[in-house]
Design a protein around this ligand. Structure first.
Ligand code: NAP
Length: 279
């Protein structure tokens, strides 16, 4: 374990942040590993973001997660940025280094792939095209990670067409864009299918894209984890697909950050899921 002179603190900065499951997750890991640390939710406005982030290391913070709406701003505030965070254009993890510099990373893509590998062990990335619904911040992380693991073609459809075009410009010729009204056509032959939109989330509209063309051989994942079994996943499961929920991604993306802050790699297991779900 890293030798900290003070009780190490970490947390999540967002606005709103009260709904975040990260405090429950990190507190579970801190307790189960016997680390004398704390993880705190912090609701911070855009106007105060820089001041708060610069003050935290002085108060004993070893790092923070960053969530909506600060992921892009946090990247700009960092002194050192990983390649993947730069490619995605957003940070979800800040590490406050002992030399005073702020290191920014984005572990969402890592979490997405680790979740698929753990919960769909038969998934073969290069077995066929991927179909990605959505082109927001999470989609950028998913697309970058799918390219990295060798998916040959990534089809993307988004309600706002300009965002899919931006993805194609930045991520290159593996990206094939579709109109949102024809998003169901992406499914033809797709072996990896991902919902990165907020559709289907509690309090948001339902996911209504027709899934008729979905192959039973496809591995299907939803980034939404509240509810855990979205209609999108229910329909895919009824079609015979291997389905992976978004909670695993949330947990996996947190593990490397926890390790960097607190010096121990945490377990991603059933006990962790149960702790996050409050079971
Ligand atoms: P974001 O940047 O705001 O993107 C939201 C996406 O949803 C955009 O593609 C947006 O399309 C689409 N969308 C929203 N309302 C829509 C509607 N009525 N019809 C069609 N499309 C709609 O947010 P984000 O950070 O990418 O997050 C997206 C989702 O992923 C959220 O549910 C978030 O909780 C989840 N997430 C989960 C994890 C995890 O660890 N499991 C990690 C990150 C994010 P437009 O571009 O047209 O607005």
């Amino acid at each position: 374990m890293i030798d900290h002179p003070r009780i190490p603190l970490a947390g999540v900065i967002g606005s709103p942040v009260a709904h975040s499951k990260s405090p429950r997750l990190h507190t579970h890991w801190l307790r189960s590993l016997g680390i004398r640390g704390h993880y705190i939710p912090m609701d911070v406005s855009q106007a105060n973001l820089r001041e708060v982030i610069n003050a935290l290391p002085k108060a004993g913070f070893v790092g923070v997660n960053v969530t909506i709406p600060h992921k892009e701003s946090a990247l700009a505030l960092a002194d050192v940025v990983t390649d993947r965070a730069a490619l995605i254009g957003a940070a979800n993890t800040l590490i406050f280094r002992k030399d005073g510099r702020i290191h920014a990373d984005n572990t969402d893509g890592y979490g997405f792939i680790a979740n698929l590998r753990q919960n769909a062990p038969g998934w073969v990335p290069d077995s066929g095209p991927a179909a990605v619904f959505g082109a927001g911040g999470a989609a950028r992380a998913v697309v970058a990670s799918l390219i990295e693991v060798g998916v040959p073609e990534i089809r993307v459809a988004n309600r706002t067409r300009a965002r899919t075009e931006a993805l194609r410009q930045e991520f290159g010729t593996k990206i094939v864009t579709y109109d949102w009204v024809q998003a169901g056509n992406m499914l033809d032959g797709a072996m990896t299918v991902v919902n990165t939109t907020s559709l289907g989330m509690e309090g948001k509209p339902d996911f209504r894209v027709p899934l008729d063309a979905l192959s039973p051989k496809a591995t299907v994942s939803d980034l939404v984890y509240a509810p855990l079994r979205t209609n999108f996943l229910e329909e895919a499961a009824a079609n015979g697909c291997t389905c992976v929920d978004g909670l695993g991604m949330l947990i996996h993306q947190a593990a490397p950050a926890f390790e960097r802050w607190f010096g121990q790699r945490p377990e991603v297991d059933e006990a962790t899921r149960a702790a996050v779900l409050g079971a």
